[in-house]
Design a protein around this ligand. Structure first.
Ligand SMILES: C[S@@+](CC[C@H](N)C(=O)[O-])C[C@H]1O[C@@H](n2cnc3c(N)ncnc32)[C@H](O)[C@@H]1O
Length: 397
């Protein structure tokens, strides 16, 4: 048995502390905790341990308010108060990007009740989240981080479920734009007609992206624009924070006097359209079919100068396009193969929107090697109570 003081949070959510022998990484602890642990494994100077007791809890600990907190794998930093969580996560960003100080974090206007979409697993006649590092289902009946519209929709769903009603379905995303709710189901095999027809009673329903009943398209209001989002299109998780993030990106483009912007991983145009509405013309690249359909529809309806290109960013040839600023908002894996191609165009600025600071730091090293430096960094608390943070990094030549 050993004792360690937890000093920081790792990108995977584990708490870490230093011992003379190396760095200890532990689950379920937060910075400031003093803990006893057992050491089942060691790789070089990395010590993997299991906590046996928190002997002196961090003064920044709070008691989680969710009744499912202990079982559910969702809110992995619910035991840390907001200010301390922001400090820990922005410190992680500073470490990854080698910044001299931690960047500011923009708070979520809603500390709970902020999530505009919930991804739930379906197992037999139950819906819920997966338990932490497990396939076990935690059958919740409310979720404190979900918007109230989603909790009402979840209650309606639970009241509606009868034995066999969800047969063959494996995932459900319930989404809301604040006005309307859509139930988006997924299955990997053919669904019996009876089950399909039954789902219609829920209201606006899609199955594998296709409309089953009502109208499951939503409308996101961002930067004064109304954007259509189809069931398979990427839908922002925290609408209030997204608004603030979009404003920051638009401002960074204005600051760098961008007139022709390339927006990669564009989704429905959450960034492209507000950027175009502020002056520049935009070339937007997106892979997913319904998203690109929405992007084109939104640009046309708003009469904004956005050229939508369907396809993989990796296959896109930037040397054929003229742009002075590139915005990229890739999935968690990042955009490693893309950055070097972009650099050949020598854009004036690169604006990287990241949900995974490790992949962003890796990707941006390429740009830093050829003379780009970090102009500003801002973090956005899109995912309160969790280890996840959205970061916007602006680099210029
Ligand atoms: C994090 S979302 C960002 C969407 C958008 N920028 C926004 O602000 O809502 C990433 C988007 O990249 C798209 N995507 C994922 N991999 C891609 C690829 N290889 N090429 C093009 N688009 C991709 C996804 O479909 C999704 O719409």
């Amino acid at each position: 048995m050993s004792t360690v003081t937890i000093e920081w949070i790792q990108p995977d959510g584990r708490g870490a502390g230093r011992m003379p022998e190396g760095v200890v990484r532990l689950n379920g602890v937060v910075p400031g905790d003093v803990v006893d642990f057992q050491e089942p494994g060691r790789k070089g100077r990395n010590i993997e341990g299991t906590v046996t007791a928190i002997t002196d809890p961090s003064p920044n600990r709070v008691t989680p308010t969710c009744p499912w907190d202990a079982q559910c794998g969702g809110c992995d930093l619910s035991a840390l108060n907001t200010a301390a969580r922001h400090n820990a996560l922005s410190h992680m960003v500073a470490q990854a990007l080698r910044l001299p100080e931690s960047p500011p974090v923009v708070r979520s206007p809603r500390a709970t009740g902020h999530r505009a979409r919930l991804k739930l697993s379906i197992q037999e006649d139950q819906v819920g989240y997966r338990a932490h590092r497990s396939h076990d289902l935690v059958a919740i009946d409310t979720c404190e981080i979900a918007r109230p519209e989603l909790n009402s929709a979840l209650a309606a769903l639970r009241a509606w479920i009868t034995p066999g009603a969800l047969k063959g379905l494996h995932t459900l995303e319930i989404r809301t734009d604040g006005t309307k709710v859509a139930y988006c189901f997924e299955s990997s095999r053919k669904i019996e007609r009876e089950v399909r027809d039954g789902l219609g009673a829920l209201g606006n329903v899609a199955l594998n992206g296709k409309v089953i009943a009502g109208d499951p398209k939503l409308f996101m209001d961002v930067a004064g624009l109304r954007l259509r989002a189809s069931p398979l299109a990427f839908f922002q998780v925290n609408l209030e924070v997204d608004e603030l993030l979009v404003a920051f990106v638009v401002e960074a483009i204005q600051h760098n006097q961008g007139t022709r912007v390339l927006d990669l991983y564009a989704g429905i145009g959450n960034l492209s359209l507000p950027i175009a509405n502020s002056g520049p013309s935009v070339i937007a690249v997106e892979l997913e079919g319904q998203s690109i359909g929405d992007l084109k529809h939104n640009a046309q309806r708003l009469a904004l100068p956005v050229t939508a290109i369907a396809g993989k960013v990796e296959r896109f040839d930037p040397s054929r396009e003229a742009f002075d600023i590139v915005v990229l908002d890739p999935p968690r894996a990042g955009a490693q193969r893309v950055i070097s191609k972009l650099l050949r165009n020598r854009p004036r600025a690169i604006i990287y929107v990241s949900c995974n600071i490790r992949s962003a730091a890796r990707d941006l090293k390429e740009a830093q090697k050829v003379g780009y430096t970090i102009q500003s960094v801002r973090c956005f608390d899109l995912f309160p109570k969790t280890r996840h943070l959205e970061t916007v990094i602006v680099l210029s030549r």
